[in-house]
Unconditional design. Structure first.
Length: 145
């Protein structure tokens, strides 16, 4: 089940059904099953505090993913994906993208982490970006229908 929630802000996902179907499709195309996915939309300070408390990082970020899928099992993909709407807005301006494009990129970035994608090395970042781009193209195709 895919849930959308907010902490310390009011944010509503546009086209919820299309977004949910896109996420499910992304997971199933990688031969995995969808478990419980919670997207939590928040502000910069909320996510900064999570980053500091749980990851010992003292910087702002756009997304943090907590993976609850058991290792080496056939359990469904499950986790919490926290997204700073403030950071997404700023990144959209910085990268001259629409808010929606950047928002969807960050959402799928969190999902890809749950699917095993990493982004610490340059090589891993390149693979992650390629996967994000592929997923965003698929979202556009789905959204046109």
């Amino acid at each position: 089940m895919i849930n959308f929630e907010s902490e310390e802000i009011n944010y509503t996902v546009k086209h919820k059904t299309v977004v949910k179907n896109w996420i499910i499709s992304t997971i199933e195309k990688r031969n995995e099953r969808v478990g419980d996915l919670n997207f939590v939309f928040c502000n910069d300070e909320f996510l900064f505090n999570l980053n500091k408390q749980f990851l010992n990082h003292e910087d702002y970020t756009d997304v943090i993913t907590f993976d609850y899928t058991a290792d080496n099992s056939k359990q469904a993909i499950s986790g919490d994906i926290y997204i700073s709407i403030t950071r997404v807005e700023e990144n959209a301006k910085t990268f001259t993208k629409s808010f929606e494009n950047e928002f969807h990129r960050v959402m799928i970035h969190g999902v890809l982490h749950l699917l095993g994608y990493k982004d610490k090395s340059d090589e891993d970042k390149e693979k992650m970006t390629e996967a994000e781009d592929e997923c965003l193209r698929e979202f556009e195709r789905m959204n046109r229908k």
